[in-house]
Design a protein around this ligand. Structure first.
Ligand SMILES: [Cu+2]
Length: 172
């Protein structure tokens, strides 16, 4: 190989590497583009999503990937509002004799300088429940919702509807 050819070879390898880097970065951005982040006071709310419902299914569940409270005082998620449902309840999943059930709870504590997850399948099983949906939740669609916090007040968010993951006992 002459030194000219070697340089050309190196340059093309570099181009391929760069192209791969750009492609993977774009894919990463694309996947995360829907994961919107919100701030209200000392709260940070990351990616609010719901799971698609089957026709006739009365209620839908809303999850939040991460809630962070960077303030010195605790706060509490106490409810929500949305045109997508008649009412919104704060729920927790609990195991009752090997059956997963949900119960309404008064709120979810956001400890001072702490973070919690209301992710689908998370340990505590927290979620918001859209009671009496006004229409089915369709995968890929979005709807607006207001989250209500005891201290920080109301925060309007966009909810992304995702594919349901394995039907597990949703009982009310
Ligand atoms: Cu529920």
């Amino acid at each position: 190989m002459t030194s000219d050819r070697r340089t050309a070879h190196r340059r093309s390898v570099f181009h391929i590497a760069l192209a791969l880097l750009i492609t993977s970065t774009l894919t990463l951005h694309d996947a995360r583009a829907h994961e919107r982040e919100y701030r209200k006071g000392s709260l940070e709310i990351e990616h609010v999503y719901a799971t698609a419902t089957a026709p006739g299914q009365p209620n839908g569940a809303v999850f939040i990937k991460r809630l962070k409270n960077s303030g010195n005082a605790s706060d509490r998620l106490v409810g929500g509002k949305s045109n997508a449902a008649k009412s919104v309840e704060v729920h927790q999943m609990v195991m009752d004799q090997n059956v997963m059930k949900m119960r309404e709870i008064p709120g979810i504590e956001l400890p001072a300088r702490g973070r919690i997850s209301m992710d689908r399948g998370s340990r505590d099983g927290y979620h918001l429940m859209l009671m009496n949906l006004t229409r089915p939740l369709v995968e890929g669609e979005r709807f607006n919702m207001t989250l209500v916090f005891q201290q920080a007040g109301e925060l309007e968010v966009e909810v992304e509807v995702l594919k349901p993951r394995g039907a597990h006992g949703h009982r009310h």
